[in-house]
Design a binder for this molecule. Structure first.
Ligand code: ATP
Ligand code: SF4
Ligand code: MG
Length: 454
């Protein structure tokens, strides 16, 4: 088996050490069958769609992104709590992806998952002593009930529940939300794992309790030699806790690397948008746009072509992957802003957007006056609310409609930029299958010239 190549240059001293976890091209697709795709056909939700990174012993690697970006699926895939559909996850050099659940079992005590929802890991019918101690019994790590109780009481003390013994015969419903989350952490750590994936472990807690639980997690990391992947949609939490961060967008990293570099000097337009959306008391940032880019995160069933951020990207240009549905969306957005007369006139020309026939690199508008429509599109295309028209290769007039064709835009490769990895055509060069490229090779070379990294 070939060794995975190191992914380096990400800004920490960790790069000289051996990674604990090496993730390469990891993909987790969920097959979906249904009438939407016609009889016998199937599609897949591409929840995780080609992710590579390393996690070094003792570090906290954050996974950050909007709802639906694939954080939980990626976190669960690392521990094979869901089955990846491609790529590899090496733990201490051994690829977990091909292992059967039976082969995984001895490793399970070293790999822990902290759930967001305490009810997902604490059985309300079990006492705290039984529930938190359950993994000890599953893994045969204790030989008697009293040994288990002693171990649980000690772990409860470690997570700040004093005296530990006093909690053993209570039930999860007898304690507060903050205490419950401490129990969840205690349960995850009771087998003394090495690697912990924590999925939004404080999101459900009051602000006043959050910081205490986060500090506890850092304390436990030091005391118990833990390595974390920490999932959060909250950038402030990520900044506080994580050594490095990966910004996920529709199952791929937009940008990842050292936390402080990423916050000080974000390179990907999506990272910039996320940071701009944080309400910070910093006077320099006041007055800047606090909202995320237009629209919502698209459906992972049909990610946008090319750069999957292009429909929302404020600086997208012709090579970013514009496609048929983007032109329909741009017309719809335009029509929400124009006056009634303009809308009626343009609707009369373009027809109902629902009648447009959308393909990947093409869209056809049925029309009774195709020449008029084609002329209007050529004249107004550049004034649409996105730069979709910059990618139009051809506007073809037929007898009963107009067909608009787009030039394909490749998906951006990850590039090394100023000490982190960035997937955006504004950085580096992506080579198309036909050998032509997007981006300026000279600019790409200077991006990593000596001195460009801090
Ligand atoms: N078991 C599943 N079957 C089908 N689709 C799924 C499944 N689990 C997740 N998905 C889809 O995969 C995508 C990523 O979901 P995931 O829960 O990993 O995102 P997330 O970043 O954790 O979101 P959130 O912040 O809301 O927790 C979403 O489109 C989701 O609907
Ligand atoms: S490649 Fe870069 S510029 Fe183009 S859409 Fe994506 S993030 Fe925006
Ligand atoms: Mg989630």
């Amino acid at each position: 088996m070939t060794e995975p190549s190191p992914i380096s240059g990400t800004g920490t001293a960790a790069t000289t050490r051996t990674p604990l976890i090496e993730v390469r091209d990891l993909a987790t697709h969920f097959p979906v069958r249904g009438s939407l795709f016609g009889r016998g056909s199937s599609a897949a939700v591409r929840a995780v769609d080609g992710v590579s990174f390393d996690v070094y012993p003792g570090e906290v690697f954050g996974l950050v992104g909007e709802s639906g970006s694939g954080k939980t699926t990626l976190g669960r895939s690392l521990l094979k709590l869901v089955e990846p559909t491609g790529g590899s996850v090496r733990y201490k050099g051994r690829d977990l992806v091909p292992l059967s659940e039976r082969d995984m079992r001895p490793l399970r005590r070293e790999l822990a998952f902290v759930f967001q929802d305490p009810n997902a890991s604490l059985n309300p019918a079990m006492t705290i002593g039984q529930g938190v101690g359950h993994p000890l019994r599953i893994h045969g790590l204790v030989s008697s009930r009293s040994e288990a109780r002693t171990a649980v009481a000690e772990m409860l003390e470690r997570v700040g529940l004093h005296p530990g013994e006093s909690f053993l015969d209570k039930y999860p419903e007898d304690v507060s939300g903050g205490q419950k989350q401490r129990l969840v952490i205690a349960r995850a750590l009771i087998t003394r794992p090495t690697f912990v994936v924590a999925d939004e472990p404080v999101a459900a807690l009051d602000m006043s309790v959050r910081a205490k639980v986060l500090e506890l997690m850092l304390e436990l990391k030091r005391e118990l030699d833990l390595t974390y992947v920490f999932i959060t949609h909250d950038l402030a939490t990520a900044r506080f806790l994580c050594d490095r961060i990966g910004i996920l967008y529709l199952g791929r990293f937009a940008e990842w690397g050292d936390t402080e570099r990423l916050f000080d000097d974000p390179q990907h337009p999506y990272t910039r948008a996320l940071l701009d959306a944080i309400p910070l008391p910093d006077p320099d940032r006041r007055g800047r746009d606090k909202s995320l880019p237009r629209g919502e995160i698209p459906d992972a069933l049909q990610p946008p072509l090319g750069c999957r951020f292009h429909p929302r990207c404020p600086v997208a240009f012709a090579d970013c992957g514009w496609e048929g549905r983007d032109l329909v969306d741009a017309l719809e957005e335009r029509w929400t802003d124009v006056d009634e007369d303009t809308f009626e006139r343009e609707l009369g020309m373009v027809g109902n957007l629902g009648d447009a026939v959308v393909g990947d690199d093409v869209v056809r508008f049925p029309s009774a006056a195709p020449s008029e429509l084609a002329a209007w599109l050529r004249a107004e295309g550049e004034r649409l609310p996105t730069s979709v028209f910059s990618a139009v290769e051809d506007v073809e007039t037929g007898s009963d409609g107009v067909t608009v064709r787009f030039r394909p835009g490749p998906e951006p490769d990850e590039q090394q930029v100023a000490g982190r990895r960035v997937a955006c055509h504004l950085h580096g060069v992506t080579v198309r299958p036909d050998g032509t490229h997007v981006g300026d090779p000279a600019a790409a070379a200077s991006a990593e010239a000596p001195g460009s990294q801090r």
